[in-house]
Structures are given as C-alpha cells and as structure tokens.
Write a protein that binds this ligand. Structure first.
Ligand code: SAH
Length: 466
C-alpha cells in the first residue's frame, strides 16, 4: 500500500485550489460536499465557479496564486489545466506547509483523491493508487447500487441515539436493534413519512426491544459429516440456516461453510493464526461467551461430534455456564470410508464388533488392547492413524496378528478427491509413506475393498503396484 486511506477532519479548515477551469470544477464538486472553507485562485474563473462564489459557497480571488496564499491550508489542489503552472503553484503551496495534490500527476502529489460513494455521514473511499480509474468507477457504481440513498439519513439521525441503546445488553440485542432499524423500521418510516419521524421510530423500536424477552443462547453440537455437503443431515442444514455464530474445526469443507447463514459470524477454531490450533480452553470460552450473549451457537465438528471430537469437555463448559445444548449426530469418517470401499463395518461370521481407535492421543501414540485386535477377523476403524502407522503395525505383529491381514486407508472419504490405498499389515507403513497422503485419512484394519471395487480409478498405478 503506497497510499494510506484516512478521513481528514476538514470542518472549518482551509482548502485552497489554484485554477478556474475544468480540473478545478471537477475537484470543487467533491470539495463542496465538505464543511471546509474553500478558496479559489483564478484569473478567469469558469461561470460555475463564479456562481458558487456568488452563493457564498467559496471565496474567489481573481488573480494568480502566489507565495503565502496557502498558509494554514490543510490541502492544496494545483488544478490549472497547465502542467507548468501546476508545478509552480505546487512548489509554493508546499513551502506554505499544505498537503499538495497535482491534478493528473501522481508523482507530484502528496495525496490522491479517491472515488467517493457519498451517503454522508457514511462515506466509502475507493482508491487504486492511480492504476485503474475504470475499476474504481465500477466499484463505485456497484456500491452505489447496493447502498440505499436513504442510508445517510438513517445513519445521521441514529448518531444521537447511540447512547440510548446502552440500555440494551451488549452483543446480539444491540445488533438486532440496529439491524431492524437499518433494514426495516427506518426505511419504512422514510417511505411512509419523512425523516422528522425517525426519532419517534427509534424510540418505539427501543421500547419494543427492551420489552422483548431476551431469548437465552443455546449451543448445537453439530456433526458435519466427512466432507460431502450432501451427507449433512437435515437437522444439520437447519442449524446452519439459523445459526448466529458458527465455530468450526479445520476439517470442515468450504462447500459446507458456504451453507452457513450469511449473517452468521464464523470462527475457524482450527486456524493456524491462533497457534498450531486454537487451544481447547479458548474454544470452550468462545462457545460460552457467544451463547451467553443470547446467540444460537453451532459448534460444527467434522464427522460425528461424538467421535474423537473432545465433545465432553465442551459440553462440560456449556452446562457449567448454565447453557442448554443439543447434539446433532453426523456421519462419521468410518462410515464414509467403509461405504467408499463397498464394505460393511460388521459382518456375520466375520466380526460381530468393530472398534473405533485413535492413532494418537494427547500423550502420543495411543495404546490399545493389541492382543484382542490381533485375533483373526477383527475389524477396526483407526482415526488419526497416518503418523502412527508404523507403531500400530509393530504392536499388532508383536501380538501375533497375521502379516497378510488386509488394511485399507481411505483419504478424503466422500470428497471428490477420495483415494483408496489397499494394502496388508506388513506393507502398511511403506505403502502409506509412498502414497503421500496429505488429506484426512481413515485406516480400516481387517478390511479390503470389495473385489469389484479393488482397483479404484483415483489411485495412481504406482501406489497400487506397491
Ligand atoms: N469426529 C470425526 C473425527 C475427528 S478426528 C468423525 O466422526 O469422523 C479427525 C480424524 O478423522 C482424521 O485424522 C481422520 O482420521 C478422520 N477423518 C475425518 N474426515 C475424514 C475424511 N473425509 N476421510 C477420511 N478420514 C477422515
């Protein structure tokens, strides 16, 4: 950013313009919107400028700009439509201590004037550092379309009312009040009556909001499934439609976040910006803080939130703060992974039980009942098992598991980039390293892809050959 945008206080301050032609008129049209005191120096001013002077909107001096004429000026515009003259006046004005702008001369200017969307007191300034004036105009037109012309009036009348809204609790209640004023109540008053009726509208609206039962906040722990948005439950969709606040973990796919209500605040609790990932205590605090302010918080977790999601710690925090919660179950990665290879998690005469294991816990690689798992026909869905593959392989073999036991690793289950790695216990670690899986992966111990699906088109041949 070579130019830093600021809003300069110009009320009652001097702004000096040297020039009386087209360039000066263009700048004056903007400057006349301000409450600055404008002085124009021009031997032969255009009729418009004379008109403005006649109306007392600016001071017109019918002579060339000279030394000392920009004394005490906040801003100076060299706008004579003549490069040599502009260079002369700019030099003098700089000596007087004014900030100088030379029309159509970026290098010679100490500041540039942005394209402006004026909904005074709401002002949008658009700058492209002189590179793309066309783009600036298009952005301006786009904003003009989206910001109702009455916005400025609504904002101006609301300004004096801000302190009164302190009677409402901070956070959601105040946001709701202002949203209703700007979105519906205010515009309606301006259509049906006029701006003199706005203070009464604000009074009535505040009264309504003060008497409104403050709905207590609540928390939904929602399972977002393995990634495919079509694997969201209807209840999950509904929760995303109505949420005020969504706090999600790293594995939530962008397609699913697209479905969140537009007005909702979204927090990424797995974001690198908070350290390696946000600390659990901080996530708990974030959930509680928003629910306490009356928000409907959706804690969005990948798969099913009851599976390896530290759900209980969050529930403890929520109930500890006296906040109500519900759990919306989701499709866990194991279900998506096993569906991807056309298998069942349990099967008559093969395995009457299935274990969900985690490859590592807070202390490192997780220990399990390896002897029981090593028996023939056992099936386990191993979450977070990529890094611990060698460890798991070693433990199972040590406890007598058949080295030829089928193992299948499914990366990005249910997503367009799903990959399946078919291997056996002895080959698990080398095959997995060779596959360079970077997405979330689930290891299915004791299961191979159903014969008809054994070769998946998404798996590169060299990985199959291993
Ligand atoms: N609550 C989640 C699990 C969270 S633990 C659930 O029920 O699925 C995170 C682990 O889940 C990942 O390390 C990975 O092993 C697994 N996982 C999540 N999404 C996955 C996906 N789309 N494909 C494969 N594994 C996935």
């Amino acid at each position: 950013m070579k130019h830093f945008p600021i809003f300069l206080a110009v009320e009652g301050r001097r702004i000096v313009i040297a020039g009386g032609g087209d360039a000066a008129i263009a700048k004056l049209r903007l400057l006349l919107k301000t409450e600055a005191r404008l002085t124009v120096f021009a031997q032969n001013p255009a009729a418009e400028i004379e008109g403005w002077a006649g109306e007392g909107r600016l001071t017109l001096l019918r002579r060339d700009f000279g030394p000392g004429d920009a004394t005490c000026a906040a801003l100076f515009y060299a706008a004579s439509d003549d490069d040599a003259e502009d260079a002369r006046t700019a030099r003098l004005a700089r000596a007087d201590g004014a900030l100088v702008n030379m029309v159509d001369n970026l290098e010679g200017s100490q500041f540039i004037t942005p394209a402006i969307v004026d909904r005074d007191p709401v002002t949008v300034a658009i700058g492209t550092e002189g590179t793309a004036p066309v783009l600036a105009r298009r952005i301006k037109a786009h904003l003009e379309e989206h910001l109702s012309p009455t916005l400025g009036t609504l904002a101006r009348i609301a300004k004096g009312f801000r302190t009164r809204t302190r009677a409402l609790p901070m956070g959601r209640s105040r946001r709701d009040f202002w949203a209703e004023y700007y979105d519906t109540a205010g515009p309606r008053t301006l259509t049906e009556q006029d701006e003199t009726a706005l203070p009464a509208t604000l009074d009535t609206l505040l009264e309504t909001h003060l008497n409104r039962e403050t709905t207590p906040g609540r928390v939904d722990f929602v399972g977002a499934g393995p990634g495919d948005p079509e694997l969201l439950t209807l209840k999950a969709r509904k929760a995303l439609d109505t949420a005020d606040v969504v706090i999600h973990d790293r594995l939530i796919s962008p397609e699913i976040l697209e479905l969140v209500r537009r007005e909702a605040q979204i927090f990424d609790a797995g974001k690198e910006g908070f350290g390696p990932s946000m600390k659990q205590v901080d996530i708990n605090a974030l959930i509680v803080e928003h629910a306490k302010s009356g928000a409907h918080v959706v804690r969005l977790k990948s798969g099913d939130s009851t599976v390896f999601g530290r759900l209980d710690e969050e529930i403890d925090a929520v109930t500890g703060a006296g906040i109500a919660f519900t759990i919306v179950p989701g499709i866990t990665a194991a279900s998506a992974a096993v569906a991807g290879i056309g298998q069942s998690l349990t099967k008559r005469h093969r395995n009457a039980s299935v274990r969900f294991l985690t490859g590592h816990d807070m202390k490192g690689f997780a220990e399990h009942d390896w002897a029981a798992l090593a028996r023939p026909g056992e099936v386990a869905a191993i979450y977070m098992g990529k890094k611990s593959a060698r460890f798991i392989q070693g433990r199972l073999m040590m406890h007598g598991a058949d080295p030829a036991t089928p193992v299948t690793v499914i990366e990005n289950a249910s997503r367009p980039d799903e990959r399946v790695l078919e291997t056996t216990l002895t080959h698990l670690e080398p095959d997995l390293s060779a596959a360079h899986m970077t997405g979330p992966a689930l290891t299915l111990y004791g299961l191979a892809p159903r014969a008809a699906l054994a070769v998946t088109p998404t798996l590169p041949q060299q990985e199959l050959a291993l």
